[in-house]
Design a protein around this ligand. Structure first.
Ligand SMILES: *[C@@H]1O[C@H](CO)[C@@H](O)[C@H](O)[C@H]1NC(C)=O
Ligand SMILES: *[C@@H]1O[C@H](CO)[C@@H](O)[C@H](O)[C@H]1NC(C)=O
Ligand SMILES: *[C@@H]1O[C@H](CO)[C@@H](O)[C@H](O)[C@H]1NC(C)=O
Ligand SMILES: *[C@@H]1O[C@H](CO)[C@@H](O)[C@H](O)[C@H]1NC(C)=O
Ligand SMILES: *[C@@H]1O[C@H](CO)[C@@H](O)[C@H](O)[C@H]1NC(C)=O
Ligand SMILES: *[C@@H]1O[C@H](CO)[C@@H](O)[C@H](O)[C@H]1NC(C)=O
Length: 330
C-alpha cells in the first residue's frame, strides 16, 4: 500500500490540472525538459562537426604545414654493387620537424629526381622504400641494403655525372606518405630539394712511391704507385676496376688500373697498377721524373668494370669528364 501511495503522489505532481497555471519560466523549463534530447542531438552534432573539422581540415593542414616546413639532410649515401639496371643503396638522413602532435608515417616510397628545368616535369630515376617512421623533432631515416632499380637510365646518368663531376648538386625527393595521428589517417605531400656535395671530378689526386718493376707482373703491370684519391662528398661509390689513360702533357705514357675501387668519403689510399709503354719505361726522362718532385700526370678515365660488366652510368661520365691532373711526389 505504501508503495502505491507514493506512485500516485508523484504522478499528481507532474500533470495535475488542479495546480496553478505555470509561469513563462516554468513553461520554458518544461519545454526544455520534454525536448532535452533535441538539444542534446544538436549539441552532439555541433561537437561532431567541430571534431570532423579538426580531423579533416585543421589537423591535416597543420600536419601538411609541419611536413612542408621540415628539413631533410642527407648525411651519407652509399651506391654499391653497381650494374646497368640496378644497384644497392644505403642512405642515412636526418629530419628536423616541429610536430605539434605525436604522429607517425606509414611505410612510404621516396621518388628521387634531379630538380627539373622551369616548366619541366621531374623524371624520377629511383624509388626508395622507407619503413614506418615515428615523427619526432629530430629523427633519422636510415636505409640499408636496398636493391634499387634504375627506372630511367638517362636521368640516372645525369645524376651520376653530377655526383662524380660537381662540387655541389641538388637531389629532389618526393612522396605522398600516409600520416597517422592517433587513429586518424590521411595523406600529405612531401617534397624536398636536398643539397649534396659531389666528388668534384676527383680533383687533387696525389701519387707516391712510383716503383718500376724489373720483371713485370703476369698481367703486364710494370710500375706500381700509391695513390690518394680525395672524395669530398658524403657518397660512397663502388666503382670496380677503374682504367685510366696517363700522359705527361701530350706524351702518352700508357694506362693504369685501380682494382676493385670503392670511393669512401675522405681520402682513399689505393694501389695503382701501371702499364707503361715498353719504350717509355726505359726512357731516362721518364725514369727520372718518377722520383722528381711535383710532376703533373694527366689522367683520362677509360673504363669502369664491375663484375665483368661495363657500368655505363659510371664509365661514360668519367670518360666524358675533363682529364684529371694528378701530382706525382707532391
Ligand atoms: C650510416 O650510419 C652508420 C652508423 O653511423 C654507418 O655505419 C654507415 O656507414 C652510414 N651509412 C652511410 C650510407 O653513410
Ligand atoms: C642513422 O644514421 C645516423 C647518421 O645520419 C647515425 O648517426 C645513426 O647511428 C644511424 N642509425 C642507425 C640505426 O644506423
Ligand atoms: C615509384 O613510386 C611511385 C610512388 O609510389 C609509383 O607511383 C611508381 O609506380 C613507382 N615506380 C616504379 C617503377 O616502381
Ligand atoms: C709510400 O711508401 C712508404 C714506405 O713503404 C709508406 O710508408 C707510405 O705510406 C707510402 N705512401 C702512400 C701514400 O701510400
Ligand atoms: C701542374 O698543374 C697545375 C694545375 O693543376 C698547374 O698549376 C701547375 O703549373 C702544373 N705544373 C707543371 C710543372 O706543369
Ligand atoms: C681505352 O678505350 C679505348 C676505346 O675508347 C680502347 O680501345 C682501349 O683499349 C682502352 N684502353 C684501355 C687500357 O682499356
Amino acid at each position: 500500500m505504501d508503495q502505491k501511495g507514493e506512485k500516485f503522489e508523484s504522478v499528481e505532481d507532474t500533470g495535475s490540472p488542479n495546480v496553478a497555471p505555470p509561469t513563462r519560466g516554468q513553461r520554458f523549463k518544461r519545454h526544455c525538459g520534454r525536448r532535452w534530447w533535441i538539444y542534446l542531438i544538436i549539441f552532439l552534432i555541433l561537437v561532431l562537426v567541430g571534431v570532423i573539422a579538426i580531423i579533416f581540415g585543421i589537423i591535416p593542414r597543420i600536419a601538411q604545414n609541419s611536413v612542408s616546413s621540415s628539413s631533410l639532410q642527407v648525411d651519407g649515401i652509399a651506391i654499391t654493387s653497381p650494374s646497368n639496371s640496378e644497384f644497392t643503396l644505403a642512405m642515412n638522413s636526418t629530419v628536423n620537424s616541429h610536430a605539434p602532435v605525436s604522429a607517425s608515417f606509414s611505410p612510404q616510397t621516396f621518388e628521387m629526381y634531379l630538380p627539373p628545368a622551369e616548366g619541366k616535369e621531374p623524371v624520377p630515376f629511383i624509388n626508395l622504400s622507407i619503413g614506418s617512421l615515428k615523427v619526432e623533432d629530430t629523427f633519422t631515416i636510415n636505409v640499408t641494403d636496398a636493391k634499387t632499380a634504375i627506372m630511367n637510365e638517362d636521368a640516372y646518368m645525369d645524376f651520376s655525372a653530377q655526383v662524380l663531376g660537381r662540387e655541389e648538386l641538388e637531389l629532389g625527393v618526393r612522396s605522398r606518405p600516409q600520416i597517422n595521428v592517433g587513429a586518424i589517417k590521411f595523406n600529405v605531400n612531401y617534397q624536398k630539394i636536398v643539397k649534396l656535395r659531389g666528388l668534384n671530378g676527383l680533383k687533387g689526386i696525389k701519387l707516391y712511391n712510383a716503383t718500376i718493376l724489373d720483371t713485370p707482373l703476369p698481367d703486364g703491370t710494370n710500375m706500381i704507385t700509391d695513390g690518394i684519391l680525395p672524395n669530398p662528398s658524403s657518397f660512397t661509390l663502388q666503382v670496380g676496376d677503374l682504367t685510366v689513360d696517363m700522359a705527361f702533357g701530350t706524351w702518352e705514357l700508357g694506362w693504369s688500373v685501380v682494382k676493385d675501387l670503392t670511393l669512401y668519403p675522405g681520402d682513399n689510399a689505393v694501389k695503382i697498377y701501371n702499364h707503361v709503354k715498353p719504350e717509355i719505361i726505359k726512357n731516362l726522362l721518364f725514369v727520372s721524373s718518377t722520383t722528381a718532385p711535383r710532376t703533373n700526370i694527366t689522367l683520362t678515365a677509360n673504363s669502369t668494370v664491375f663484375n665483368g660488366q661495363h657500368i655505363n652510368w659510371l664509365e661514360k661520365p668519367l670518360h666524358d669528364a675533363p682529364p684529371v691532373i694528378a701530382v706525382l711526389n707532391p
